[in-house]
Design a protein around this ligand. Structure first.
Ligand SMILES: Cc1cc2nc3c(=O)[nH]c(=O)nc-3n(C[C@H](O)[C@H](O)[C@H](O)COP(=O)(O)OP(=O)(O)OC[C@H]3O[C@@H](n4cnc5c(N)ncnc54)[C@H](O)[C@@H]3O)c2cc1C
Length: 484
């Protein structure tokens, strides 16, 4: 492993905000979720043979990966359940992307076995057919073939599972990812290749002026405002995009002390038609990530939290699967929103995950999709931009398939904090706890346990005592577990 040059330093955010305001951009990407991050990397890596480089910027109103892209089920997967909806195109595309991401970022995307318990012979045949199709669609891009287990073998593999009520089981393979980290690596790679990127910068409005746009931007940390001039805009605001064709569906997770022993995840097809995953998670797999729910979210995308009903629903399933877990309490919870294409009459879990990318009056808009397919979606969005801005270059612009550099991660807490603050643009305690690391989800925190970490950030960022307390309070608010 070779160390790569840091993408940012302590003053990068301020410098980049000044650069963004200083002259016209070719493309401004609004939103630092996985779609914005994938697009900015693809644009930055494309070789423009015309002897000029694109001037590209990206702004994110909070921290990168603080939306859905850092708070999802952490899977790079084909989506077994989409087979039930006959969405073969989506599954095939996702399986292709899965294979590619294992190759491009093996340090972040790792194959994981998923045990599916069957309660009857019928289930074994029904889901067995799906698994056969799943392997068939993966073809030569397979990362492991399905296998079947008897009830006794299942009981030996996972002694905690209620195997007495089960008929048999199968194992199939998908991948686990640290979704916030892969997103950050897209951002860092783009910055290393010249993209001008800043977090805590919110696009408050944009207006068309001549052959481009004037975008009003608010620095979310100090409230100051400025304008960015850009020829084209990519609207990668995800759930914040608004508009009538978007349906916001909340998905929530609970984090529990480890439920499984085999190192495999569990994929449980619930009687209500939902699939619930129990995924080994956290340091040394000492935790289980359990999710997800699927409920319509009528509120603001800025206010997303698990409801007591969702906690009870997930714990109910866990207790059914693992009878000895009846007294387990959540270590942490988190929720985020799926911005799905509205389909009148369809239930939340049946609404399609396919995406739509289009150019509307100089703005590229992205709706729907999955984390797994972000790279293909980004390439499609960039193709659209090229067709509009430099059509002669479309065929000559290869899609970014460059591997992600694997630099060694520091071993100590102090070093991790130093790198997050100095080289990863983490400016708030929540950025460190929920994005640079997932420490915020790994244990139950209180003000006393957070304070030493906050103080290390304080030393580097010069916070006042009052600011330090505000930062701690924000982390406690984000991580709060409602009474259930
Ligand atoms: C519970 C759940 C679990 C999921 N699990 C998986 C999974 O395991 N595998 C998978 O493939 N997919 C999964 N998905 C889907 C996947 O996570 C999403 O499709 C993907 O993360 C969406 O990315 P995004 O960039 O569009 O949105 P986001 O990640 O939400 O990013 C949008 C960003 O735009 C920023 N923004 C908004 N307004 C502005 C503004 N005015 N100015 C600047 N910035 C702005 C926001 O702060 C946010 O950071 C899951 C989804 C959910 C909800």
């Amino acid at each position: 492993m070779t160390a790569v040059a840091p993408a940012f330093h302590l003053l990068s955010r301020k410098e980049n905000l000044a650069l963004l305001a200083s002259g016209p951009l070719d493309v401004l990407i609004v939103g630092g979720g996985i779609n914005g991050a994938g697009i900015v990397r693809d644009l930055a890596l494309r070789k423009l043979n015309a002897g000029r480089r694109l001037r590209i910027g990206l702004i994110e109103k909070r921290h990168f990966a603080s939306g859905t892209s850092g708070r999802n089920s952490q899977l790079i997967h084909g989506g077994l359940r989409y087979l039930e909806q006959f969405d073969f195109g989506l599954v095939r595309e996702a399986l292709r992307e899965r294979a590619l991401l294992v190759k491009l970022a093996p340090h972040l995307v790792e194959p994981l076995g998923f045990l599916i318990p069957f309660t009857s012979w019928f289930e074994r045949c029904y889901y067995g057919l799906g698994l056969w199709l799943y392997d068939l669609l993966a073809g030569s891009r397979t990362i492991g073939r399905r296998r079947y287990f008897s009830r006794e073998e299942l009981a030996r593999l996972e002694p905690g599972l209620a195997s007495a009520s089960m008929h048999s089981a199968a194992i199939y393979f998908d991948c686990r990812v640290n979704s916030a980290r892969l997103l950050l690596e897209n951002i860092f790679d783009a910055a290393r290749h010249g993209a001008i990127i800043a977090n805590y910068a919110e696009a408050t409005q944009w207006v068309r002026e001549g052959d481009g746009f004037d975008v009003r931007v608010k620095d979310s940390l100090d409230g100051s405002q400025f304008t960015i001039r850009a020829r084209r805009i990519v609207d990668a605001r995800g759930p914040w995009e608004g508009g009538g064709n978007l349906r916001l569906v909340r998905g929530s997770h609970v984090v529990l002390p480890a439920l499984t022993r085999s190192g495999h995840a569990i994929a449980h097809f619930h009687t209500d038609g939902r699939i619930i995953f129990v995924i080994p998670w956290g340091p040394d797999n000492r935790l289980s990530l359990v999710g997800t729910t699927d409920v319509d979210h009528p509120g603001s995308p800025d206010e997303v939290g698990i409801s007591p009903e969702e906690i009870r629903y997930l714990l109910g399933i866990v207790r059914q699967l693992f009878p000895s877990a009846k007294d387990l309490e959540p270590v942490a919870v988190f929720s985020s929103l799926r911005p799905l294409l509205a389909a009148p009459g369809a239930s939340a879990s049946k609404t399609s995950r396919t995406h739509k990318i289009r150019m509307e009056d100089g703005v590229v808009k992205i709706t729907g999709g999955k984390y797994t397919t972000y790279r293909a979606m980004s390439a499609e969005a960039v193709d659209l931009l090229m067709q509009d801005m430099a059509p002669d270059l479309v065929g000559r612009c290869p899609t970014a398939e460059a591997p992600f550099p694997d630099s060694p991660r520091p071993a100590t807490r102090e070093a991790i904090i130093a790198i997050a603050v100095e080289h990863e643009m983490a400016v708030r305690l929540a950025d460190l706890m929920f994005v640079s690391t997932y420490w915020g989800y790994h244990s139950r925190w209180d003000a006393a346990s957070l304070r030493p970490i906050a103080q290390q950030m304080q030393e580097r960022l010069g916070w006042t005592g009052e600011r330090l307390e505000q930062e701690i309070a924000l982390v406690l608010r984000i991580g709060a577990i409602p009474k259930y």
